[in-house]
Design a protein around this ligand. Structure first.
Ligand SMILES: C[S@@+](CC[C@H](N)C(=O)[O-])C[C@H]1O[C@@H](n2cnc3c(N)ncnc32)[C@H](O)[C@@H]1O
Length: 303
């Protein structure tokens, strides 16, 4: 069978149906293209590493599709959540799983070198781990520094010319302090927003109530933090989601951090997955304002 791009487009359309509403679907598609490209260029099996692999939905799905192109001895997922890793090992027995902290330099040294390293929805957790008990919110500068150190660690696992795929949350464009006026679509959404504002841990969320009930003024930054968490409010997942900030770098900060780590960005896309769900919750009243792009996908090469 000729496994051309058309074949793979069709394969992924079927295979990724369950991930239809998840942004990481884009990371799988991008990584699949890269696996095929690297295999063709190098003429040898591709070595892949995912840092923060969780249950393996990304790397496991990838090796299921590309077993013939990968060096199955050197396809590795790392995570420090034993429960997720056990699920990963169960669902994808062909994947070599390591229980460890990917910010640990000793572990990174032991991991060796790879043609492709994946960081999918992982670095925002490194950022969010930096909650300061004194500030009772995130200590931003050390948190950003730890993200950059983790990025440097990922790069250290790449062979020269190797590829990094990063998919994660995104600080909004424009001045984050700019104010937006918004209206909640109903009382339940308004109540959920108040829960968000009082329970979201990474940053204090301030806003101003307007005269009309359920209308508020809020900074673009805080609005982005709210709207990207809004789909978890009133769900069990909120208890973990309230502890994590998806946003840590703007596009410019990603560009600068990648350049400092000797990565050449080949493709960079910002994207939004949940805008239709958001429209059911909130209307933006400020003219010429729209919902933010919530995610970034970056494909970069180690120079
Ligand atoms: C949001 S999940 C994403 C999982 C997977 N990449 C995916 O997209 O399906 C983030 C994962 O990163 C793991 N993680 C975060 N920081 C880590 C660290 N420093 N070392 C190892 N794993 C980490 C968490 O345990 C979690 O399983």
């Amino acid at each position: 069978m000729l496994e051309n791009d058309e074949f793979w487009d069709f394969y992924w359309e079927i295979r990724l149906q369950a991930m239809e509403n998840l942004g990481k679907r884009e990371a799988v598609l991008a990584a699949s293209r890269l696996v095929r490209q690297i295999s063709q260029q190098n003429g040898q099996p591709v070595r892949i590493l995912e840092l923060g692999c969780g249950e393996g939905q990304v790397i496991g799905t990838l090796i299921d599709a590309h077993t013939a192109l990968c060096d199955t001895q050197i396809v590795v997922g790392v995570d420090y959540n034993a429960h997720s890793l056990a699920q990963c090992q169960h669902d994808f027995p062909g994947l070599y799983c390591i229980n460890g902290n990917f910010t640990d330099p000793d572990l990174l040294t032991r991991l060796g070198n790879y043609d492709l390293v994946l960081l999918v929805n992982a670095l925002h957790e490194v950022f969010s781990a930096e909650i300061s008990p004194e500030l009772e919110e995130l200590n931003i500068l050390p948190a950003k520094q730890h993200v950059e150190e983790a990025l440097a660690g990922a790069v250290s696992c790449l062979v020269p010319g190797g590829w990094l795929v990063l998919f994660d949350g995104l600080e909004p464009a424009g001045d984050p302090a700019d104010l937006l006026q918004i209206r909640f679509q109903d009382l339940q959404v308004w109540n959920e927003f108040e829960i968000f504002a009082s329970q979201y841990q990474p940053f204090r969320i301030s806003y101003r109530k307007l005269e009309t009930p359920m209308n508020i003024e809020i900074s673009r930054r805080n609005f982005t933090r709210y709207i990207t968490k809004s789909i978890f409010l009133a769900k069990l997942l909120w208890q973990t989601e309230r502890l994590e900030s998806y946003q840590y770098f703007s596009l410019d900060e990603f560009r600068a951090a990648f350049a400092r780590q000797g990565l050449e960005i080949i493709e960079l896309r910002s994207l939004t997955i949940n805008i239709d769900k958001w429209r059911h919750k909130v209307e933006i009243l400020s003219p010429d304002e729209d919902f933010p792009d919530e995610h970034v996908l970056i494909l970069a090469r180690k120079i």
